[in-house]
Design a protein around this ligand. Structure first.
Ligand SMILES: NC(=O)c1ccc[n+]([C@@H]2O[C@H](COP(=O)([O-])OP(=O)(O)OC[C@H]3O[C@@H](n4cnc5c(N)ncnc54)[C@H](O)[C@@H]3O)[C@@H](O)[C@H]2O)c1
Length: 424
């Protein structure tokens, strides 16, 4: 939009990669956007925060807020940045909390910066703003460019005005800017994620009941989605939500409530249902092949927690694959983007797990195929190839139901979440 932006990270390797035009994550459309802005000298990368903020007007804190040991959001990275800002700022600044942070964090950021300014004996104005981010991985650019809403919380008219100017190019067709107090802005992010996670866990619970009573969750989904108060989005049954946000934010919200003497029963249940849901597909495999899976080989399509990303944080695939391997099975896995993440972090060193670079390569000698991510390339595979390569034509489908293929008609033994059991 014509702004000059400098990205700061303490991870030297990440910055070096970015300076060399290598994007450290997979996100559709990000690479060309970064390259063109670097070329046009609008976008810079550094590990030196002082240098980056010396002539900045607005500083975004967008570091991680991972789950701490007790489930609360770990604020050490956010507060470390706040400290660095206090140590190095030289002029009036709007400091924006973009990370998802517990209610009251803006006050902590403010106190941390002020403490450093006092140590330095300098008097500088600064304004702390909460501006939670709602983008979805896999659609990050379009979500950011065309936001449903921009939430900005602050008690400073100067800061609200500055943020309005900054977001004005993203709100051209109609006003999407919603100003509020800081704590309400912080809470809005948690409430939004908790609501979305609730929809998913609700539908997964309905799907589990559907299986017991002989109903088809996909037909029920269409039946209830047609009610505009419910809507079609986020009510697909599947192997549970994963990713970097829902699991940690749902847990953190329950923890925040507890700290304020409120037992958040609904939010806690959303998490419990999801934890159990991640193993529903593994349980179906156990029901079919037995408790001891020694001697069986399973092919897995999909490792990322959802399509369009290489992010595997809290992905159902981690839990399903570990369960199968722990029971003696061999697993062959394929994902268009996340194999490196699996190998390096999330399934590092797991024995009897191998990776292949083509989806059909997982099929050879596999006793069953397990689908776990809704990548487009899995929507319409070559079914003859599937049948020819596999030992048995058995498929376990843990994806959010796309209803794109009817495998029973093609002679497969096909297990889905929320489908009538006695059909098989
Ligand atoms: N990923 C999403 O889709 C998404 C969406 C909305 C909100 N959020 C929120 O945004 C925040 C960041 O998420 P993420 O997925 O990008 O996290 P991430 O863990 O992928 O990245 C965080 C980065 O911060 C860097 N960092 C840590 N300490 C630093 C410091 N002192 N100075 C400079 N850099 C430092 C790390 O090296 C890392 O590169 C989280 O609070 C998350 O909840 C994420």
């Amino acid at each position: 939009m014509g702004n000059k932006v400098t990205c700061v990270d303490i991870d030297q390797k990440k910055i070096e990669k970015l300076e060399n035009g290598i994007i450290p994550i997979f996100e559709p459309g990000l690479e060309p956007m970064v390259l063109i802005n670097v070329k046009n000298k609008n976008l810079f990368f550094t590990t030196n925060l002082g240098e980056a903020i010396s002539d900045a007007e607005v500083v975004f804190i967008a570091v991680g807020t991972p789950m701490g040991a007790d489930g609360s959001a770990d604020l050490q990275y956010v507060l470390a940045v706040a400290k660095s800002i206090g140590e190095s700022m030289v002029k009036e600044l709007v400091v924006v909390d973009k990370s998802t942070v517990p209610i009251g964090t803006a006050d902590k950021v403010k106190a941390t910066i002020q403490k450093e300014l006092d140590k330095r004996g300098v008097k500088l104005k600064f304004h702390v703003v909460s501006n939670p981010e709602f983008l979805k991985e896999g659609a990050a650019i379009s979500d950011f460019m065309k936001p449903d809403r921009v939430i900005v919380g602050s008690d400073s008219a100067y800061a609200i005005d500055k943020m309005k100017q900054l977001y004005q190019p993203f709100c051209m067709s109609h006003d999407r800017f919603i100003a509020m107090d800081v704590r309400s802005a912080e809470m809005t992010k948690y409430a939004a994620n908790a609501m979305l996670a609730t929809k998913i866990s609700f539908m997964n619970e309905i799907a589990n009941i559907c299986e017991k009573v002989g109903a088809d969750a996909n037909q029920v989904r269409i039946g209830i989605g047609s009610d505009s108060r419910i809507g079609y989005s986020f009510i697909y049954p599947g192997a549970g939500y994963g990713g970097s946000c829902f699991p940690k934010d749902v847990k953190a919200l329950a923890k925040i409530a507890k700290e304020h003497d409120y037992s958040a029963k609904l939010i806690t249940s959303v998490e419990e249902v999801n934890d159990a849901q991640k193993l529903v597909i593994a349980q179906k495999i156990i029901n079919r092949f037995g408790e001891d899976l020694t001697g069986f080989t399973f092919g897995v399509w999909g490792l990322a927690f959802k399509p369009g990303t290489d992010d595997m944080r809290e992905a159902p695939a981690i839990y399903v694959i570990k369960e199968l391997v722990n029971r003696g099975a061999k697993v062959k896995a394929y994902d268009p983007k996340a194999i490196n993440e699996a190998k390096t972090y999330y399934l590092k060193g797991i024995q009897h797990l191998t990776y292949v670079t083509s989806k059909y390569d997982v099929l050879k000698d596999s006793d069953a195929l397990v689908l776990l991510t809704e990548w487009k390339e899995f929507r319409s595979p070559d079914f003859d190839e599937l049948k020819n390569q596999m030992k048995n034509p058995i498929v376990f489908d843990g994806r959010n139901q796309y209803n794109t293929f009817n495998l029973e008609e093609k002679g497969f033994e096909y297990y889905q979440i929320g489908k009538i059991k006695w059909k098989y």
